[in-house]
Design a protein around this ligand. Structure first.
Ligand SMILES: CC(=O)N[C@H]1[C@@H](OP(=O)(O)OP(=O)(O)OC[C@H]2O[C@@H](n3ccc(=O)[nH]c3=O)[C@H](O)[C@@H]2O)O[C@H](CO)[C@@H](O)[C@@H]1O
Ligand SMILES: C=C(OP(=O)(O)O)C(=O)O
Length: 434
């Protein structure tokens, strides 16, 4: 297991370019299974989860020409569906969350799918009900095998229908959309997730010949078609990376330019960092964060303590709450962080408390942060990264801290942040991969 050794307290400066979006790439790469024709993808992030999904497609018989690390052409004209039943598929797909989205396209094109217990972050219960019930409404039948957590799905006859999702699950909506594009007749999906990555997926599917309307809203209407062709597609900048870099700049008192931040797709993200008192300058598609000694957390209009909480898009993404939390530890003022969606994502605050942060973990979902207003620095310690976003939050804390920190289990960070050590070293950070 690799670790990062970080010497904190250095100011960073320069320009950083966000990678292609991890969670978009996982949807888009799954969708290549919907056509036997070539699909060329650009701005692919070179990260563990995405590379694993690409390997899974290769194992399934998809031919892949990876012209360079960020561009590849996929051709799913000779898919070996029997591979789904192998131990190798079970093991590999169980290592990432995104593999669950192979099911929708496989059902649409090959009439069957297996969903092994998906991997991804251990951040609380992550049920698949929305996916499975959606498939069932389209006419699929399923068997759940409790001994290995496997769902076996059959769909000889997918038919369009109206459905109201139990919750706007992101991967669930993507999966159902991909199953419905080639179902017979019309499907409507109400309470659909509508975040930018899902919009990107729908736009790509429409370019392939699908008929999806309502893109960007929570009511999608899909007219089933018989065939999807090839296309080209490029991933948006990763909005979670953009938020992470804003937090990093503020915590380390650094002036950083985030080039090509995809500003029009960031929703409320810049606003939430502004609520922490962080100054951001939007210059075209770049975000410039100036050096700031002190940032002061706003209160609500009536003077009461600010709460920042997650909510399905266009609300604030849960994936940035850990970052917001760590950044608040050095702000002036207090904030309540309320992680509504996941029940095990805040436990990493123990490590921040060990570093000297003032945080009260009220319950698994809520943490009150009393900012130190830079009156004392965090202290470097040895810690382990529990999940991808907590991992980056700990990295940000370590970069701002006094002395040396060691962050273990950095595979969690590598799952979603491309060449993160090299890119931060280029800004002046002192990070060693050991
Ligand atoms: C590979 C990928 O794309 N992963 C993302 C995807 O995961 P994923 O698609 O797995 O997450 P879901 O949208 O299904 O839901 C996340 C969790 O929130 C709960 N929930 C969801 C909606 C809701 O209205 N109320 C509610 O409580 C769900 O029960 C679940 O526990 O979306 C999550 C929510 O943005 C992100 O954290 C993950 O990074
Ligand atoms: C929770 C996340 O990822 P995954 O859904 O892949 O576990 C994330 O990207 O923050």
């Amino acid at each position: 297991m690799n670790s990062f050794e970080v010497i904190g307290g250095k100011k960073l400066s320069g320009t950083i370019i966000p990678q292609g979006a991890k969670n978009e790439a996982l949807q888009i790469i799954s969708a290549v299974l919907l056509s036997p024709e070539p699909v060329t993808l650009g701005n692919i992030p070179d990260i563990l989860d995405v590379n694993l999904l690409i390997e899974l497609l290769a194992d399934l018989g998809v031919s892949i020409d990876r012209q360079e690390r960020h561009t590849a052409t996929f051709r799913a004209d000779n898919v070996n569906i029997d591979y789904l039943n192998s131990d190798a598929f079970r093991k590999k797909s169980g290592r990432l969350r995104g593999s669950v989205m192979l099911a929708g396209p496989l059902l649409a094109r090959f009439k069957k799918a297996f969903i092994p217990k998906p991997g991804g972050d251990k951040i609380g219960r992550r049920r698949l009900d929305t996916h499975i019930i959606g498939f069932e409404k389209l006419g699929a039948t399923f068997n759940y095998h409790p001994e290995d957590g496997y769902f076996h799905l059959d769909a000889s006859n997918l038919r369009g229908t109206d459905m109201l999702l139990d919750e706007p699950s992101v991967t669930g909506t993507a999966n159902i959309v991909m199953a419905a594009v080639m179902a017979k007749g019309k499907t409507t999906i109400y309470n659909a997730a509508c975040e930018p990555y899902l919009q990107q997926l729908c736009k790509m599917l429409n370019r392939m010949g699908a008929k999806i309307s309502g893109v960007g809203s929570n009511l999608l209407t899909i007219e089933g078609v018989d065939y999807l062709g090839g296309t080209t597609h490029s991933m948006l900048p990763d909005m979670i990376e953009v938020g992470s870099f804003i937090g990093l700049a503020a915590m380390t008192k650094s002036g950083i330019r985030i080039q090509g931040a995809g500003v029009e797709h960031l929703g409320v993200i810049p606003e939430k960092f502004k609520q922490l008192g962080i100054r951001l300058d939007i210059q075209g598609d770049d975000i410039v964060i100036p050096e700031q000694d002190i940032y002061e957390i706003q209160t609500f209009l009536d003077g009461s303590v600010l709460t920042i909480y997650d909510h399905p898009w266009p609300g604030f993404t849960p994936d940035l709450l850990s970052i917001v939390l760590v950044v608040a530890t050095q702000a002036r003022g207090s904030v309540l962080i309320h992680q509504k969606m996941f029940e095990s994502r805040l436990f990493f605050v123990d490590k921040l408390i060990d570093m000297g942060a003032q945080i009260i973990l009220c319950d698994p979902h809520r943490a009150a942060v009393i900012g130190l207003a830079r009156e004392q620095q965090l202290r470097g310690i040895t810690m382990s990264s529990p999940d991808i976003r907590a991992g980056v939050s700990l990295l940000i804390a370590a970069l701002s801290a006094e002395g040396k920190s060691t962050i273990q289990n950095i595979e969690q960070i590598d799952r979603g942040y491309q060449y993160i050590d090299k890119r931060l070293i280029a800004l002046g950070a002192d990070i060693k991969r050991i």
